[in-house]
Ligand binder design. Structure first.
Ligand code: GLC
Ligand code: GLC
Length: 822
């Protein structure tokens, strides 16, 4: 069952009913000002930091769901309704939400009135623009009232939810009915003291009334769906003093039959330098010069339309770096539009603000950010460069790293600290991805501090050496890397032994003296250690490269000797040196991470798909057999049915959810890539289709979340709600599935000296073209694909057959034609 459909031409997902199983959201903004917006106009806005600079309020865990948003109410001769359906929930004759790239439009129609609102954040602006078009679709003239509504958050979103003894006395607003471009309401709570910023909500037309006090607008004990003012049809002119400041404009709209009228609302964030805060000597009236300038830039529909076109053009340009035409529309829309879009959103938000992350929780993850980078480096390489420097600056001199850092201060987060022993190697992954994409080796010479300590700067390359050596220096009795608090799997806490309810598994004091080792980190070391060696070689450090390669070979041997269970790779050794992920145990016999990552790294691959004795083939076959389901591969099997004190958080989840046997989508692409490494494109593509939302759209009633973006988790086969997704949008799945599809299934990836063309997608896609811009040159690649397992592409480049699968990088501005045949 579906709740809408894709419109690929417009690059939109069209939701045709308000009754989706969960709010299906979108993101507005790409620089400093961001909004979340659901298909029924729920969500909130913030400036840079979702916790510290929250403009509007949202209610988590509310009944009913999705409470808090920017709403327009219509009072049409006493009939009151909201075109976004919520909050009034009056039946609509027509409803449609279109989520596009950086914008959303919501249309509701009832009783001969249609209201369409386009929401977006213009490029370079700190504001959400809302263009409202009201149309009289009846055959009689109409005069109706339109009421806007936004509820302000008192800036710090966490304090806003907890500290009522203070907050209910500090709210302040100003109302400007004679604003130069219409009417505007200002939210200036705490501006009288230390804040230099305020919010403005304006409309480009005269109003017949306004409200800024929530209780006056809503009425005591009412819900937003019963708000008193729209039902009365008359604004009260309330001026908030403490309590709950809001902004509502009342407009009177008169329309002949068939006529339309457009309004522009702007919800903006404005900062004033300290010496320019006030308009008066008594320091009572906000200096609104900058706010007026903002409202003046969007005072007409033409200005809004031009800004909207600029946003569309921005996305067209961004997405032109990589596109495919395969004949499989689900694949094309995922690769060309939605997955790349999700990668950008993930880059912007990290794991802060979604409908599963409150924006008041964690900072940016060291490992998460490095992996996210793999998904957006081709889109905005200069921002990837900046991000790499920020991340590396939180590293410690011994190569270890803060697990998280705060985006506003860019400093490491002491609450969570360090000790996740996979973290350092992800920095090599991020930097290698950046170098292959851009060829910008100057980044390696950038001076980068440790723990942001001025004076501690060394070259970025030296940071990579410390990352590499951290693993070399922290190995256990089997020569495998010590795990520390956890590895990629945050919940595999082998040194924690927690028995206190509520204690954090990630931060609690670890028990010393154990020998817990991770086969996952070992595989990561083989993969990214090889990248490190390559980078060293290219810096002319032949001895260092040789040292690194030798260490990588030792690790490969350690995996094949001590990390192998007979039919698959072990997951780890616990504190006492006992294996985890072995057939000898009734639960947690086999885990996905090492199967995918070791084979990705080329461990035990043998001679190809027919080499059934090769460890890689055995491991992948076992993964399919034991971890497989219609909805993707579960994380481990069988899931743990009881708490294992020596394993930590992983065994706290009920079987089938999250890291305990859930389909943790982030690691499925590792197996997809691994399958392409051994030449089994058909299997790889089949697995891709199981987790990719566009292919799951027809079962949206099972999947339940947005069919246009990946979710972190789909409930696993031991869960009562198998197939149901949770935690959409902000997940490493975005970057990894894009890497898997674009670089391995379709097979076009930046190599060190050229663009590699190495498709492995099986027989379902017999022919396709990829357009890839790399280092300024354009590659037009045509693939003819037999789909036979194990076959590799032969390449003809501008008419000349070449050896191997790497097309040398061409000068910027040129176009290269590549024909690949398998
Ligand atoms: C979450 C975390 C990520 C971790 C994964 C597995 O996605 O953000 O850092 O690797 O869970 O535990
Ligand atoms: C918690 C979650 C886990 C997530 C981690 C991120 O441990 O249970 O799924 O990966 O936090 O820090």
């Amino acid at each position: 069952m579906q709740f809408g459909h894709f419109d690929d031409e417009a690059r939109e997902y069209v939701i045709t009913t308000p009754h989706t199983p969960y709010p299906w959201i979108n993101y507005l903004g790409s620089e400093q000002f961001f909004s979340l917006i659901s298909h029924q106009a729920g969500g909130y806005s913030f400036y840079r930091d979702a916790r510290m600079r929250r403009l509007t309020r949202y209610r988590y865990n509310n009944i009913p769901a999705d409470a808090g948003g920017r709403y327009f109410y219509v009072n049409d001769g006493g009939d009151v309704w909201t075109p976004s359906w919520l909050p009034v929930k009056a039946d609509l004759d027509h409803f449609e939400t279109r989520h596009g790239l950086g914008y959303t439009s919501i249309t509701g129609e009832r009783g001969g009135v249609r209201v369409e609102t386009l929401y977006f954040v213009p490029l370079g602006e700190n504001a959400e623009v809302q263009k409202v078009t009201v149309t009289n679709t009846s055959d009689a003239a109409k005069t109706l009232r339109l009421f806007s509504f936004a509820e302000f958050c008192l800036w710090n979103a966490q304090d806003d939810q907890t500290n009522y003894q203070r907050n209910l006395s500090i709210g302040e607003v100003e109302v400007e009915l004679d604003s130069p471009h219409g009417a505007a309401i200002y939210h200036k709570t705490e501006y009288r003291e230390r804040r230099d910023h305020f919010a403005v909500y304006g409309v480009n037309a005269p109003v017949v009334g306004f409200d800024t006090d929530r209780d006056s607008f809503v009425g005591a004990y009412n819900s937003l769906g019963e708000a008193a003012v729209p039902f009365a049809g008359v604004a009260t002119g309330s001026v908030a003093s403490g309590w709950y400041p809001i902004a509502s404009h009342a407009l009177e709209v008169t329309l002949e039959p068939g006529a339309s009228r457009e309004y522009v609302f702007v919800l903006g964030y404005v900062e004033n330098p300290d010496e320019e805060k006030w308009a008066d000597d008594a320091k009572q009236v906000v200096n609104k010069t900058r706010a007026h300038a903002l409202l003046g830039r969007f005072a007409t529909s033409e200005q809004v339309d031009a800004a909207f076109e600029a946003l569309r053009a921005y996305w067209t340009e961004l997405l032109s770096t990589y596109s495919v035409a395969s004949g499989d529309e689900k694949l094309d829309r995922t690769v060309n539009i939605w997955n790349q879009y999700q990668c950008m959103v993930t880059f912007n938000m990290s794991r802060s603000a979604s409908f599963f992350e409150t924006g008041i929780g964690r900072g940016m993850g060291f490992r998460d950010s490095n992996q996210d980078l793999l998904g957006f480096v081709h889109l905005v390489p200069e921002r990837a460069r900046e991000r790499i420097i920020d991340i590396a600056s939180t590293q410690f001199p011994d190569g270890s790293a803060y697990h998280q850092y705060q985006p506003l201060t860019k400093r490491g987060n002491n609450d969570i600290g360090s000790g996740f022993n996979d973290d350092p190697l992800w920095l090599i992954a991020g930097v290698a991805g950046y170098l292959r994409e851009t060829g910008d080796y100057t980044i390696l010479d950038e001076p980068v501090p440790f723990d942001n300590e001025p004076g501690s700067e060394v070259s970025l390359f030296e940071h990579l050496t410390r990352s590499f050596d951290f693993t070399v220096d922290h190995r256990g009795p089997h020569g495998l890397p010590l795990i520390g608090r956890a590895d990629w799997n945050d919940c595999l806490n082998l040194n924690c032994f927690s028995t206190t309810p509520g204690e954090s598994f990630q931060t609690t004091e670890n028990q010393a003296g154990g020998v817990a080792e991770s086969v996952f980190i070992a595989a990561q070391f083989v993969l990214y250690g090889a990248d490190y060696a390559e980078i060293a070689e290219r810096r002319g450090l032949g001895d260092e490269a040789a040292r690194a390669r030798a260490a990588v070979e030792d690790m490969r041997t350690a995996i094949l000797t001590h990390g192998w269970d007979g039919n698959w790779f072990l997951r780890a050794y616990d504190y006492y040196g006992e294996p985890i992920g072995t057939d000898a145990h009734p639960e947690g016999k086999i885990w996905i991470e090492p199967q995918g990552f070791a084979v990705m790294a080329g461990v035990g691959v043998g001679s190809g798909p027919d080499d059934v004795e090769a460890p890689a083939i055995k491991a992948l076959n076992s993964a399919h057999e034991l971890l497989g389901s219609d909805h993707g591969l579960v994380l481990q099997y069988p899931a743990y049915t009881s708490y294992q004190v020596n394993m930590g958080e992983v065994s706290t989840y009920p079987p089938g959810y999250k890291e305990n046997g859930g389909i943790f989508c982030h690691n499925n692409p590792w197996v997809i890539i691994a399958e392409t490494v051994v030449g089994r494109g058909e299997r790889a593509f089949d697995l891709y289709k199981r987790i990719t939302p566009a292919y799951r759209e027809a079962q949206s009633e099972v999947h339940r979340l947005e069919p246009y973006v990946f979710a972190q988790m789909i409930a696993g086969k031991q869960a009562p709600r198998h197939g149901e997704a949770k935690n959409s949008w902000l997940t490493g799945t975005a970057a990894w599935t894009f890497v898997a599809a674009s670089q391995f299934l379709l097979g076009v990836r930046p190599g060190w000296d050229g663009l590699v063309v190495d498709p492995q997608i099986g027989p379902d896609v017999p022919e396709f073209t990829v357009r890839r811009v790399a280092r300024g040159a354009t590659y037009e690649i045509t693939v003819r694909n037999s789909g036979a397992a194990g076959s590799r592409a032969r390449l003809v480049v501008d008419g000349q057959a070449i050896d191997g699968n790497e097309v040398p990088y061409a000068p910027a501005g040129t176009t290269v034609r590549v024909e690949a045949t398998l």
